[in-house]
Each structure stands twice: as structure tokens, then as C-alpha cells.
Ligand binder design. Sequence first.
Ligand code: MEV
Length: 437
Amino acid sequence: MKAPIEGFSRLTKAQKIEWIAENCTENPKQTKQILKRYWNSDPAVQKLHDEFIENTISNYYLPFAIAPNFYINDEFYAIPMAIEESSVVAAASKAAKFWLYRGGFKTEILGTEKVGQVHFMFGGGTEKLKGFFDKIKQDLIKSTASITKNMEKRGGGITEIELRDKTDAIPNYFQLHCTFETLDAMGANFINSCLEQFAVTLKEKARSYSLFDEKERDIEVVMSILSNYVPNCIVKAEVSCPVEQLNEDNLSPEDFAKKMVQAVQIAKVDPHRAVTHNKGIMNGIDAVVLATGNDFRAVEAGIHAYAAKDGSYSSLTHASVQDGIFRFWIEIPLALGTVGGLTSIHPLVKLALEILQNPTAKELMQIVAVAGLAQNFAALRSLVTTGIQKGHMKMHLMNLLNQMGATEDEKTKLVNYFKDKTVTNASVKEALENHRT
Ligand code: MEV
């Protein structure tokens, strides 16, 4: 960038593109062409995307794909995934097919509690604050009546407000730790609106509380915000089958089951492995979360915190062999929504939800957990048998060919050529060169 700019957001879209192209890129003409090539041909759809965020100059595409044949709680699903990594959808589909013939996936919701906090400083004694809190707790709830009315009609709302003494960690620091049931909404706006009202009411009530002295009346609210750590908004997904049904090409069923259990054990005890193990799980989770218009950053943050809940970062999946039965399962926190947010405005998000038979938030939690479990199963299955590079590089072949500027005819020929050969960067380069000469 040549120099900073004042008032970028007030420029028209054309002016923004002009500025970016001229100030930040080598070839302004080409920059403008690329940006415009990714505009939607329907102006109404483009306007929608322009208005999702500020300063939109184009759209950023990700492939939108389907992993079919998921059999979950005796229903079939085709799962939409938005992701750039070549082998993820293929791996999910393979795992889905594997378990389709072995009873499918079973899931269970273990909790749906969402969390938000008002963080504040209070200069007086804890006991006095407790007395005040007990007195005003109902006022806090009542003060949010206009915000909670509709949610309550549908069966949700504020479930609890707790005063937490955090003065051991920071002098004078307390929290209103609040829990919510937000039903099919992810609930961020609902929760944050309630919290900001709690903060106003808390301060107001303190100002007129007769048992407080001058200093105590001045509660200092630092911030009011939901927490993306939701350890009581939990879903469990599981697969299981008799060990003898785990037939692999190069391993006996017993050895395969043993290696799968060992692979999970390693991810439980070694954070270096756990991070990669869980990254593979997130390949599946993020792809569905993104396709269904949910906040993948929130999901990522919450899940990784959960993976470290026992004091050391560990595996999100578990595996066992008992009485001849192989079991493989995952337990994760997921705060998802199927109403609100992008769900009714982004055409592809709407379609993704329709493909999933318009699930409730609870149903979507179960589908997403299954996608994560399937992804981990596929990754470990490759890792303990053939290694991942074989499958991964096969899927990556098209990217390599595109990178090397192969024509359609060359791509067809080389994909065929590599059917029974090892794909590496060098081998593809060499094969393409040979083909061309
Ligand atoms: C690659 O995106 C994900 C894996 O590394 C996961 C794993 O190692 O378990 C294959």
C-alpha cells in the first residue's frame, strides 16, 4: 500500500476497487478484472453479499460440495460442506459409506445451555454484594422482559443468573454468570442484548441500594458479552460394530481396531498429536458449520477450549474395544443456529439447510458432530493403514495440474495415468513434461 486512506468506507464500490487496484496491486487492470469476474451475475444476489459486511469489493468463493450416504439415527442424510481442502469431502463420503453398512451413526444431545457474562468491579465486601444480588435478581430478569418475550413464548429464555466472586484472580472482580436456552437460534444477539440490559439494571439498582456506601454504589461494569465456551451445550456422536466387521485390505480386523484405539490414545496424551488429530475433526465440522451459515470461529474457539478442559489439550474423540465391540465416539460443545443470522438470507445457506431437511438446532448439532467423527475416522483409518499421502495426493492431483497450467485434455490423460501411480509434486511435473514432449 502506498499511503493510508481516510474515509475508505464512504467511497463507492467502483472507487474502492479503483483505489485498491491502483495502490495495492502490480497490475490494476487485471485486479479489476479478477474482482469483477467473481461478482454474481444477478444484481439482487450481489447486493445481498455487498450488504453482509462493510467494504465488499467482490465475493470469495469456496467449493460447496455434498458428502452423501450418512446414516444417522436411522435417517439418511446428504451433508453439504463448504471447504477448500481437496480430500475432506472424499474422506467424509468414504467414512459415511463404511458406517452405512455397519449400523450408521448414533447421536445424542447432552445439553443446550448457552452462556453470557457481565464482568464488573465492586469495591465492597462479597457478603454485602451477595445480599444485594439476591435482592435484585428478579429485577434483572424483569428488566429484560421486552427482549425475552418472544423467546419465552417459544419455550426459551434466561435460565439462571449467578453471582461469581472472582476476587481471587483480580481484586474487586465479580461476574454475573448467566445461562440461556436459545432454542433454534445461536442466540448471540439475544444473549448480548440481555447482558447489556443486566449491566444497566445492575448499576441502576446499586446506585439506590440503601445498604451500600458511596463507593459501593458505583459498580464499574467492564463488559457484557456472551461466552463461546459452552461446556453444557454438548452433543455426542458414536459408531460401533463387532471387531470382525472392520475388514481392511492389509490389516486383520483385530489389528486395525487395536491401532485405531492406539491412535486415539496417543492423541489423548500428546498435545502435538492432539492438535492435528482435532484439526482433522474440524475439517468436517467447519465445512458443515460454514455451509449452514454458522459462526465457525465461535465453534472453533469453544471446541478447542473444551479439548483442554482437563488441563492439557487432548483428543476430542474416544475409542475402545470391549467384548469384541469396537466403539468410536466424539463429545463436543456446539452452539449452532438454524434460524436467524445468515440462515434465511444467504441463498446457499438456505439451500444447505433444506438439503439437511431443515433441521432444528439440536438436529444440526448432531449432524455436525457426525461430520467431525466421520472425518476423524477417515483420517485415522488412512493413517494406521496406508498413510494419508496416497489418498490426499490423488485428490490434490487436479490442483497440481491446474497450478501447472494443464489443458483439459492433459488433465484427463494424466488423471488416468496416475490411477495406479504415486502422486507427488515432482512426479506430476515430470509426467506432464513427458506428455508434452
Ligand atoms: C489433514 O487436513 C488432517 C489430518 O492431518 C488429520 C489427522 O492427522 O488426524 C489428516
